[in-house]
Design a binder for this molecule. Structure first.
Ligand SMILES: [Zn+2]
Length: 140
């Protein structure tokens, strides 16, 4: 009998993240507007497991988000129940590209987007999976 261990989507090595151009521009403008504070937002979308693609369809700015220097939080109890959250995005005013230990500890969904100073173009947006590995990103 042929037996194969079932793997979850998260355990798989690589997936691709597809972000709409308007959403990438929104993330950059939010990061610029709040600089030097951090901003945070949630990414809504859908996952095509057979193609290993995560599509972001909407960027949601959480209500009553607290923006600070070196941190940004939101109250999860104030969030509407949204089942299709595929990840989060936040800015790094320091320009650091890599996710911090805290970023990975607070990981939600499939992908983490880091919007790095100087927030000039989609080249300043980096995508990571829950293990902090770089994820291929396509701006559509
Ligand atoms: Zn961070």
């Amino acid at each position: 009998m042929f037996w194969r261990k079932k793997r979850t989507f998260e355990e798989k090595k690589k997936f691709k993240l597809v972000l709409r151009r308007e959403d990438s521009l929104f993330l950059l403008s939010q990061a610029r507007a709040l600089h030097p504070k951090e901003f945070i937002s949630l990414l809504r979308g859908k996952v095509k497991k057979d193609e290993n693609i995560v599509y972001v369809s909407e960027v949601i700015v959480p209500p009553l988000a607290t923006y600070g220097h070196g941190f940004s939080t939101y109250n999860p109890y104030l969030m509407p129940i949204i089942a299709d959250i595929v990840g989060t995005a936040h800015s790094h005013p320091s320009g650091a590209r890599l996710p911090s230990f805290e970023d990975l500890r607070n990981f939600i969904g499939y992908a983490l987007l880091i919007v790095c100073y100087p927030y000039e173009s989609s080249e300043d947006i980096y995508a990571y999976d829950s293990r902090g590995r770089n994820v291929e990103m396509e701006i559509s």
